[in-house]
Every structure is written in structure tokens, then in C-alpha cells.
Write a protein that binds this ligand. Structure first.
Ligand code: HEM
Length: 346
């Protein structure tokens, strides 16, 4: 009985204390209406404090009315990320264009022999192109979502740009799982050939000569530049964009808003670096190095190309110390491709 009385007393006391506080806050507010009409600063200060209040809605942070860090996130997004990220992509594009116009493509020194070596298996080609295509879709749709309102909206107007932005968002969400899966298989498939070797240092020392004068640098199946792209881009940046991307893609795992804001910043910065690096890779894989594109398109390379760009790998394949995917294929073999993109020099 005594316990019950004490309990009742405690409830009454705390209720009356709460009521008294609410009453004094209301009086304070009434006074403010007279001295500074329309100024609800104390109320809004409390709302913006991010303090959790009571609500019947279930969920993390459901009791927070306004999460002010959202405004900080918006300023980071529309400020440094857009500004520096935009300039990074533009400058890398200009740098590559300058290299191409100043130097031109890295050409073969000797004539193609017409004898072909299998450089990539069909599985490797499928995995590479599925990664490349999904990456391009994600990159382009991501750039539209980040820079579209500055670059495209003034040209297209609201209707067309709204449609394009919605399409980009949906493509981004649905293609992302394909990229994550493809890149995972790619890493497992090529990790062995990308392990660093002592001779890789030579490539970094002679890289200038390679780009400017097309000098040969002895390399294994992949050279040190390709290995840098593999470890820093394909492994490192893929982990960051995929991990943070999944946090953003599935907000139903009870993560807080600040976790999503942090994830966005990491995602955007890593993606912009990745896009900038990929421009270098795409340049080298298309117009930058004679014959490279044909290797991935057909899966075969000419012996001259293999000798000039990956001489250690060529020696291994020829000495059968190691089999290329499919093995070395002599010219005219029934399963050799019909055409190579390397034209015989007259
Ligand atoms: C349209 C875009 C792309 C083109 C034209 C392209 C072209 C090529 C070519 C021609 C090769 C073979 C080079 C050789 O024979 O040594 C290659 C290799 C490779 N590509 Fe791509 N690629 C593209 C996009 C991508 C993307 C988005 C990724 C990864 C996210 C990627 C990852 C790789 C990797 C890991 C290799 C193996 C050599 C290395 O470790 O760098 N590629 N690519």
C-alpha cells in the first residue's frame, strides 16, 4: 500500500513539474508575441537542435523533426563536390585531348605479322564488356544527376530535363547491381595477372618515353599502368562506390540520415575520381594505342603487338611456360577471327 502511494505521488509530482515547464514555456512564448510578434526563434532553435522528441511513428530518428545536417550536406554537394568534381572531369578530358593532338596514338614499330595470339577468352570479353557498359551507363546517368541542372536544364527546359533526370535515376538504380556483380567477377578473374612484379618499376620509370615516343617497356600480361588502374580503380574505387551505393540504394536497413549523407559524399567523390581515371583507360583502349581495342573486341592480338607491348607475356606464351587463354593460334587457324583491327603497313 505504501509503495502504491509513493508511486502515485511520484507520477503526480513529475506530471505537475512537466506541466509547470510547459506553462512557463507557453508564457514565455506569449510574452514574445507581444514584444517580438512573429518571432518563433526559440521554438525553431529547439526543432533545429536535432534532439529526438516523442512520436508514435516507429523507426530510427523518427522523432527528429528537422535534421539540420541535411543543409550542410546540400552545401557540400552543390559546392565543392560539384565544383572540383566538374573541373576534374573537364581537365582530364582536356589533358587527354592535348596528349592525343600533340603526340597521336602509340603506334606499332614493326609490321603486324598476321599471326594471332589469343589474348582474352570469351568469358573475359563478356565480363569486361558487361563491366564497361554498366560503368558507362552509371557514369553518364550519375553525371546527369549531379551536373544536369547546371548544364542541361537551361538547354532542355524543365519537361525534357525532368524526364531525363527520372530516367537517369532509374537506370542508375537498376544497372548498379549488374556493375557490382561484373566487377566482382572481373577482380577474381584478373587478380593473378595484376599482382605486382619487380619489373613493373621499370614501366613507371619509362612511362614518359612510352607515351611520348612509343618506347617498348618489357611487361607481363598486363603492364604496370594497367595494374595501377586495376588496383586503384577497379578494386579500390569499386569497393567505395559499391559499398556506399548499396547504403543509398536500400534505405530500408534502418540507417540514419547522417549515414546516408556521409555515404553520398564518399560515393560521389569516389565516382568522380573513377570516371576521371576511366577516361584514361578508355582513351588507351580505343584511339590511344594502336591495336588495343581489337584485342578486347576479337579476343586476339597480333604477335607484333604482343612482342612490342607485353614482351614477357609473349615469351611465356611462345615458350609454352604459360598458356594464353586459348593458347597461341597460328595465322589461318579455323577459329582465328576474320579481321584484326591492326592493318598491315604497306
Ligand atoms: C568503353 C569503355 C572501355 C573500353 C573501350 C575498354 C577497352 C579495353 C581494352 C581494349 C582492354 C585490353 C587492353 C590490352 O589488351 O591490354 C581493356 C582491358 C581492361 N579493362 Fe577496359 N575498357 C573500357 C571500360 C572499362 C571499365 C569501365 C573497366 C572497369 C571498371 C575496365 C577494366 C579493364 C581491365 C581491368 C582491363 C585489363 C587490363 C587492366 O588491368 O587494366 N574497362 N579494356
Amino acid at each position: 500500500m505504501a509503495i502504491l502511494t509513493r508511486l502515485c505521488l511520484a507520477v503526480v509530482l513529475s506530471l505537475s513539474a512537466g506541466l509547470a515547464l510547459a506553462q512557463s514555456e507557453a508564457q514565455e512564448q506569449q510574452k514574445r508575441q507581444l514584444t517580438q510578434p512573429g518571432n518563433n526563434a526559440p521554438v525553431w532553435r529547439e526543432v533545429r537542435s536535432g534532439q529526438e522528441n516523442y512520436t508514435t511513428v516507429q523507426g530510427r530518428e523518427a522523432g527528429v523533426l528537422v535534421q539540420s545536417a541535411g543543409e550542410t550536406w546540400r552545401q557540400i554537394r552543390n559546392g565543392p563536390v560539384t565544383f572540383y568534381g566538374g573541373w576534374l572531369v573537364i581537365l582530364v578530358t582536356l589533358l587527354i585531348a592535348a596528349l592525343y593532338f600533340a603526340r597521336g596514338a602509340v603506334k606499332l614499330h614493326d609490321r603486324p605479322t598476321g599471326r594471332l595470339i589469343r589474348r582474352f577468352s570469351t568469358v573475359e570479353q563478356v565480363v569486361h564488356w558487361s563491366t564497361a557498359i554498366s560503368f558507362c551507363v552509371l557514369g553518364i546517368s550519375g553525371l546527369i544527376m549531379l551536373f544536369g541542372k547546371h548544364v542541361l536544364l537551361p538547354v532542355f527546359g524543365y519537361t525534357l530535363f525532368g524526364w531525363l533526370a527520372a530516367l537517369s535515376k532509374n537506370l542508375h538504380n537498376f544497372i548498379a547491381p549488374l556493375f557490382i556483380l561484373s566487377v566482382l567477377v572481373m577482380v577474381l578473374m584478373w587478380v593473378r595477372d595484376n599482382l605486382p612484379r619487380a619489373y613493373d618499376w621499370q614501366w613507371f620509370r619509362k612511362a614518359y618515353g612510352f607515351f611520348m615516343r612509343g618506347e617498348h617497356i618489357p611487361s607481363g600480361r598486363f603492364n604496370a599502368g594497367e595494374k595501377g588502374w586495376f588496383w586503384f580503380g577497379v578494386v579500390g574505387l569499386s569497393i567505395v562506390v559499391s559499398w556506399t551505393g548499396v547504403i543509398l540504394l536500400f534505405p530500408n536497413f534502418d540507417q540514419t540520415r547522417s549515414v546516408m549523407q556521409d555515404a553520398w559524399v564518399w560515393h560521389a567523390v569516389a565516382a568522380l575520381l573513377y570516371i576521371a581515371m576511366s577516361l584514361g583507360h578508355i582513351y588507351m583502349g580505343t584511339i590511344g594505342v594502336e591495336g588495343a581495342y581489337g584485342n578486347m573486341r576479337t579476343g586476339y592480338t597480333d604477335e607484333t603487338w604482343a612482342k612490342e607491348h607485353h614482351s614477357l607475356w609473349y615469351d611465356e606464351v611462345k615458350s609454352s611456360g604459360r598458356t594464353a587463354p586459348g593458347g597461341a593460334v597460328p595465322a589461318g587457324a579455323p577459329h582465328a577471327p576474320h579481321g584484326s583491327t591492326m592493318k598491315e603497313k604497306a
